[in-house]
Design a protein around this ligand. Structure first.
Ligand SMILES: Nc1ncnc2c1ncn2[C@@H]1O[C@H](COP(=O)(O)OP(=O)(O)OP(=O)(O)O)[C@@H](O)[C@H]1O
Ligand SMILES: [Mg+2]
Length: 252
């Protein structure tokens, strides 16, 4: 990371309530280029809702979000995606009845139609990219299978493959490794490290503490909508007060 470099993404004073429930309560943080940030916190802390506000799925009640200095407020999810923020969803949101290949192609907008100059070459590039992502995620033998016919782990990798295929500089991943066995989550970690080496900035929500400590440079701890800590994995994960909150042992 360049010291003093301006943040890639700035979140400032974000507030959102559903009725009387404050789901994000004055949340501020920056994502610096090249840094892997993990958002942790108990169930219902507001982590997914925070992502929803960044990607335009939910409108904040107050606060700001800037990508390279430009506000994302009021943009639709597809506009945020087009500006370079790719998202993996906790509930995957695949196109269940489309093939694995088509699930990837939907994330890659045609830069030119086939009949336009350069269209055929760009289509070839897209198919090459799909093939590379399928190989990296171990899904090449399933390119023509429907998403709904894949195993759970394969669907998790398809969700990641869609993010990879989009070629966005920022990835927001919501529990990308939940429910994966050890071999699969180590595969996920290799893909994550390759992406980071390739210049991708990652912010992920994760409950698997091996992944939190093994893959993140920085951990944000969210509880009941408030950011309680922002530090290295070692510092945040060794804090007994945060551990008590995380494991539901807080004093009432
Ligand atoms: N659209 C909505 N309408 C009303 N309440 C909502 C809505 N979305 C989320 N909530 C509530 O906001 C709180 C935070 O939910 P959120 O999904 O952001 O938590 P989370 O930290 O991602 O939890 P988990 O670890 O279980 O995924 C929860 O109490 C949830 O029920
Ligand atoms: Mg969630």
């Amino acid at each position: 990371m360049n010291a003093g470099a301006s943040p890639l993404l700035e979140v400032r004073g974000l507030r959102k309530a559903f009725g009387g429930l404050r789901v994000t309560d004055d949340v501020s943080f920056d994502l610096a280029a090249g840094v892997v940030t993990t958002l942790v916190g108990p169930n219902g802390a507001g982590k997914t809702t925070l992502f929803n506000q960044i990607t335009g799925e939910a409108a904040p009640d107050a606060g700001g979000i800037r990508l390279r200095g430009e506000s994302l407020l009021g943009l639709a999810p597809w506009q945020v995606a087009r500006r370079g923020v790719a998202r993996g969803f906790q509930d995957l949101r695949l196109f269940s009845h489309m093939t694995v290949r088509d699930n990837l192609l939907t994330t890659m907008e045609p830069a030119a139609w086939l009949w336009q100059p350069g269209g055929a070459a760009r289509r070839r590039q897209r198919l090459d990219r799909v093939a590379a992502v399928l190989a990296a995620t171990g899904l090449q033998a399933h390119a023509d299978a429907r998403a709904i016919d894949l195993s759970y782990a394969q669907r998790k990798f398809l969700s990641l493959a869609r993010v990879m295929a989009a070629r966005a500089p920022i990835w927001l991943l919501d529990e990308p490794a939940s429910g994966l066995d050890r071999g699969s989550y180590e595969h996920f970690l290799r893909l994550l490290r390759d992406a980071v080496r390739g210049g991708v900035t990652v912010c992920m929500i994760e409950h698997n503490l091996d992944i939190v400590s093994g893959a993140s440079d920085r951990v944000l701890f969210l509880d009941r909508g408030r950011l309680l800590a922002d530090g290295t994995p070692a510092a945040v994960l060794s804090d007994p007060a945060l551990a008590a909150i995380y494991f539901g042992e807080r004093a009432a």
